[in-house]
Design a protein around this ligand. Structure first.
Ligand code: APR
Length: 186
């Protein structure tokens, strides 16, 4: 595990399955329709159970047009997950968003930190949002994600931000970005 100081929090980088993470919240790489998909979304829905989709359907009714805009985040209970909450983030589709992609990706992380602060969530695990199906190169996404978090992490919550990265190249991309932004690991 790699650990770095990032803003007011501790950043941990681990390789593994986000559904196994024991932080208070886990973030989901969701889609605008908030209907489970593959990748992280599929894994989180499988681990949380069917109540998660029911909670999202109820939540969708409160959203304009029944969709969650790219760059936004909403929170539900974690149900069958170890985590108490799931923060559903809609990352940018790299080829579709073009020059707007970095700001939209950064917005996912900022919105998730705001939800953690509002709900007193002390620890959260993120996946590498948008770097799978949504096609965002991990080497470009990692510095955007960590810079956004570094700016957003200014208060007491969350104190711990973990990334559960599914493969070695993605872990290495975040390691490289963390070293560049924060200096050597702790
Ligand atoms: N734990 C941690 N990371 C995972 C897991 C897991 N269980 N499963 C996949 N990943 C990794 C992928 O390898 C990739 O590095 O998460 C990163 C994000 O990949 P995706 O899950 O494809 O997410 P994203 O690129 O944001 O695309 C979102 O995919 O599943 C659909 O409904 C989802 O439409 C949405 C889109």
């Amino acid at each position: 595990m790699d650990r770095f100081a990032l803003g007011s929090a501790m950043l941990e980088l681990v390789q593994g399955d986000i559904t196994r993470s024991d932080t208070t919240a886990v973030a989901n790489a969701a889609n605008s329709m908030l209907v489970g998909g593959g990748g992280v979304d599929g894994a989180i829905h499988r681990a949380a159970g069917p109540e998660l989709q029911q909670a999202l359907l109820r939540l969708k009714r409160e959203l304009p047009g029944g969709v969650l805009a790219t760059g936004r985040a909403v929170m539900t209970p974690g149900f069958g997950l170890r985590a108490r909450y799931v923060i559903h983030c809609v990352g940018p589709i790299y080829d579709r968003e073009g020059d707007a992609a970095p700001a939209l990706l950064a917005s996912c992380y900022t919105a998730a930190v705001t939800l953690c602060r509002e709900h007193g969530v002390e620890s959260v695990t993120f996946p590498s949002i948008s770097t799978g199906v949504f096609g965002y190169p991990a080497l470009e996404a990692a510095p955007v994600a960590l810079r956004a978090l570094g700016e957003a992490l200014t208060g007491d919550c969350p104190r711990l931000v973990r990334f559960a990265l599914f493969d070695e190249p993605t872990l290495e991309a975040y390691r490289e970005a963390a070293r560049a932004i924060t200096g050597p690991a702790e």
